[in-house]
Design a protein around this ligand. Structure first.
Ligand SMILES: *Cc1c(COP(=O)(O)O)cnc(C)c1O
Length: 231
């Protein structure tokens, strides 16, 4: 059992992460305003999320659609400025509920899902920002299009399906130096005219910022270790 962290502890850690983001941005000759912190609250309850909301954090990440639906509608009612990002894999049968709740979906990773999202967005009249997930390490167990298929998939999403794609997202292999993966993601985004790249987590967000990340997804550094999941 992990103890729920105190409000002060969360707010201190959040401030420290923000300071480190600013530092990394300045070191890279960028503005800290060009980097958005996505505070990852998966597995944490509303009591852990609230201190971050009170400290002015507005962008949050969740990796499961059902968990986000259980947690966020009440919080969004109180903090309507919240922007919620889906950062975990999306099954097509949950696409409608994802489009209805999330403000960004970072894990568009295959043509069948892209087509479903196009249909569902039209029906729901809601168009969350989309990121295409790229499997930069071409790992068999990991979601995302492999780098050599990325340009074609991006064109399909943007041109043929007219999806609101704003950028790319990646999760580098755990056992490799991440900067090559971050640089590759930024290069694919740049050559396709996409402004955003979501890359970097607790262990490496400072490195990702040096490689041009515009969104970093940080959980543990703010909220502490995650309680174990039942499933
Ligand atoms: C959980 C998760 C994060 C946050 O990871 P930390 O190491 O806790 O910062 C970021 N991105 C994705 C896709 C995640 O699933």
């Amino acid at each position: 059992m992990t103890e729920a962290p105190t409000t002060d502890a969360i707010q201190d850690k959040l401030a420290a992460v923000r300071a480190r983001i600013a530092e990394a941005a300045i070191a890279a000759g960028r503005s800290s305003h060009d980097v958005t912190l996505v505070a990852v609250t998966k597995t944490h309850g509303a009591d852990t999320v609230r201190p971050a909301l009170l400290a002015g954090q507005v962008v949050f990440g969740e990796n499961r659609v059902q968990e986000a639906w259980d947690k966020w509608p009440a919080l969004k009612a109180q903090w309507p400025e919240v922007r919620l990002h889906l950062i975990g894999p999306l099954q097509r049968n949950k696409a409608r509920r994802a489009v209805a709740l999330f403000d960004a979906i970072e894990t568009v990773d295959r043509p069948s899902l892209a087509r479903t999202l196009a249909d569902v967005m039209e029906q729901e009249g809601r168009r969350p920002d989309l990121f295409i997930q790229v499997n930069t390490g071409a790992e068999p167990q990991k979601a995302g299009v492999v780098p050599q298929d990325a340009d074609g998939f991006i064109r399909e999403c943007c041109d043929r399906l007219s999806l609101p794609v704003v950028g790319l997202m990646c999760i580098p292999p755990v056992d490799e130096e991440p900067s090559g993966h971050f640089a590759l993601l930024r290069e694919i985004a740049d050559r396709n005219g996409l402004p955003h790249s979501s890359m970097g987590m607790t262990a490496d967000y400072h490195i990702a910022i040096g490689c041009g990340a515009t969104f970093v997804r940080v959980g543990t550094a703010i909220f502490g270790d995650r309680p174990a999941r039942e499933t």
